[in-house]
Design a protein around this ligand. Sequence first.
Ligand code: LLP
Length: 420
Amino acid sequence: MTFPIPTLRREHGQLMLEDCALADLAERFGTPTYIYSAAAMTANFGAYTQALSAIDALLCYAVKANSNLAVLSLFARLGAGFDIVSGGELSRVLAAGGSAERVVFSGVGKRRDEIVQAIEAGIRCFNVESVAELETVSQLASGLGRIAPVAFRVNPDVDAKTHPYISTGLRSNKFGVPIDDAFELYRRAAELPALAVSGIACHIGSQLLDPAPVAEAADRVLSLVDRLADAGIVLDHIDLGGGLGIRYQDESPPAIDDFLAPLVARMQGRRETLYLEPGRSLVGNAGLLLTRVELLKQGEEKSFAVVDAAMNDLARPALYDAYHQIEAVVENDLAARQYDVVGPICESGDFLARSRMLAIRPGDLVAVLSAGAYGMTMSSNYNSRPRAAEVLVRGREAFPARQRETVEDLMRGERPLPAA
Ligand code: LLP
């Protein structure tokens, strides 16, 4: 059985991430715990920079995929910029040592205080998604006596051929401005004195397995950029978003360089810098969720392995019916049996995996693979469950990247109602 995480291997029956035995990490940090591999993240980032070496480019890591400060600081040190969608993400980037001049701010509903925060921090660009937002940014920048750099996020109306919840570039989606309206909007933006029209952005969806729709979106965007230049509106960058998919089960996503080749070919010889906003492809297969089997339970039709992680820790299976490979951490000679791997939460949707052959006993550890992206960042406290710990592995070193939450953490800021 091969693992989708390149830095994960079995040694004497034990799962090892880089040079750390997962069983030791469970001993030291408890479960459930997210474990990330610095080497895998670094290698993915290196594959992007390598593939982009022939052109001017800025990689803005999509913070929403995994926003742990240790992860952000690793990417900052590698020279990454960041794609943020909230003031909270901006604060994280700055706390991790990232620089505001490399931050782009996406999102359909930026709040005024978040816009002010970003203008004051001096971010690289606002990816503006509506006329209303354009006016707000202009007004706030003008009130602060600043010039805000803006790009329109255009909706190129191409089908990214992915899960409908994570497809974002269709006419029917809430994202961006229609590409056919963009020309007029740029003319309007160019007249607003507190704005610097700086680029154009698009992002058509996530977990993309086919490079063709991105190239098609790029063609539509580039032809608009050329029309704008003819009209005297010259942009300095073209942001083609993120979206490259990863292998969870038996998908075969294009390699990073194959995915980028058509984009690099289109950008060669052009004056604009290419920005990209990859998230999942940098961190998804650099992480796993380590959890312990609480008990095994024979239902009427199925057997269940009840583990100590749940849908509040990893929402993807419940939300998208997503597949994550499950591996016993220590091999044994039990006969494998078929289980649904479920958490303790009071919902039938609380499963991490269904119908998997596993050789496990109560108390054993299992690893839920490919959980480095949209795992911890989508976790919640449902059922008053403190969120998991996070550990970043670097060779033999296991860095405690986030303490496990406590129940006191959950209640902070609340209080009982006094008697009337
Ligand atoms: N840029 C923008 C504007 C985005 O909306 C996204 C993701 C990205 C970049 C990064 O996309 P990536 O390279 O990671 O595909 N929770 C879902 C994925 C939601 C993606 C949302 N936007 C999941 O777990 O599959």
